[in-house]
Design a protein around this ligand. Sequence first.
Ligand code: ARG
Length: 463
Amino acid sequence: MTLWHGRFGATPSSELLLYTQSLSFDKKLAIDDLAGSKAHVKGLLRSGIISEEEAEILLATLEKVQAELDSGTFIFENSDEDIHTAIERRVTELAGDTGAKLHTGRSRNDQVATDLRLFTKREMGNVASRILDFQRLLLGLAESAEDVYLPGYTHLQKAQPILLSHYFLSHGWALSRDFDRIIETISRLDVSPLGAGALGGSSLPLDPDFVAAELGFSKRFENSLDAVSDRDFVAESLFDLALLGVHLSRIGEELVLWSSEEFGYLRLDDAYSTGSSMLPQKKNPDIAELARGKAGRVIGSLTGFLATLKGLPLSYNRDLQEDKEPLFDALNQVSLGISALSGMLSSAGFDFSRMRKAADSQFLCAIDLAEWLVSKGVPFRSAHAIIGGLVRDSIERHVDLGELVEAHPQLGAEAAELLLPGVSVQRRRSLGGSGIEAVKLQLSSFHSLLSRDSLRLQSLGLF
Ligand code: ARG
C-alpha cells in the first residue's frame, strides 16, 4: 500500500517503483529519521495534537522499530519506496490507528530535509575530526624531521633547499582551511526544516521551535518553501569535500613522485603499497594514486549535483532525491582517503640523506649569494644578474660555482661559504619562511591551532 492509496485507483507499476525508489541508498538515514520522528511526536504532544497516551505508544513503537533496524530483523517490503515510508509503515503495522497519527502535520519533504541535515551535520563533523587526526600526524612528522632539508620545487624544478618540517606543515595549513570550511558549513546547516510541511506549513498548531531544539538544531527555518527546497548545505558540503579531496590528491601526487626511484625520498611500507601481477620487482603507490584519482570523482559529485539544483522551481521536486548518493559517496571516499593516506605516510620510511644530497647543489643557493650581495649594498637586480652570470659560466665552462664565487671581486671566500651544505636553511630568517628559527615558531603556532580547532570541534557537541 502506498502513502497515497486513497487518491489512486491502481497500485504503482514495477518500473515506477524501481526507478523512483531511494531505499537502496537512504537506509543510512534511518537513525536520523527515527530521531526526527521522536522529536515530531513530542512536538505533536506539546501542541495538544495527540494525547499523552498516544505519544507514549508512538515513542515506544519508534524504539521498537529502532531495535528491529539495529538487530537486522526489520523486514523491508517491495513497496517501501524510501526509509521514511518503511519506518512509518512499520510503526502503523505495530501501533495501528495511533501509528497512523505519526505523520500528522508532516510531509516527507520537511522530513527528508530534516534527516539529511542531521546526517550531514554529524558526518561532516566526523570528517573534521579525521582532518584533525591527519594534521596531528603531519605535526608529528614535522617535529621528527628536525633540521632535515630537501629541494623545494617550483615548476617541478629544484628551486631552494627547504626544511622537511616546513613541507609537512604546508599541507597541514591547507587542511586547516578545509577544517574551517567544514565548521562553517556545519554552522550554516544547523537549521531545522521540521514543521515546514509539504511546502507551506500546516493548519495544525505545530511548534517548529520546540522540535528544532529537541533535535539539537540551533534554530528553525524562517520560510517553509525555502526549508523544503534548500539543499545548499549538500552543495556546500560537496564543495568542502571536493577541495579537501583536491588537497589529498596533491599530497598523493607528491608521494607518487617521492617514492619513485628517480626521487627516492621515501620507501613505502609493504602494507601500504601494491605489487605487480606481472613484474616481480614492482612496488606501487596505489593509495597515493587513488587519492589523486578519486578527487576527480568527488569533483564530479559536486558539479553533478549543482546541475541537478540548477533551474529547479520551488519548492520540493523529486530531483532533490539525487542529493544523497553524491553526498554519501563523497563522504565515504574522502574519509577512506584520509585514513589510507595517513597510514601510508606514517608507515613510510623517509630517506633523509637522499633528500639532503638532492638539495646540496650549489645552484640552489644562488639566491643566497644574490642576497649576500644585497646585504653589501648591491641593488637586487644587479646582484641577480651577477649571480646569474656566474651560474651560466659554471654550466657552460664546467667550472665549480664555488671557485667562481671565491674568485669574484665582489664575492670571495666569505660568500663561497654560503654554498656549503645546510647553510641556506640555517641563514634563512624571514617569518613564515623555511628557516630553522622561523619553522620553530611555525611549529608552535600550528600546535596552538590544532588545540584551538579541537576545542571548536568539541564545542559543536556532535560526538
Ligand atoms: N525519497 C524522497 C527524497 O529523498 C523523499 C521525499 C519524497 N517526497 C515526495 N513528495 N515524493 O527526496
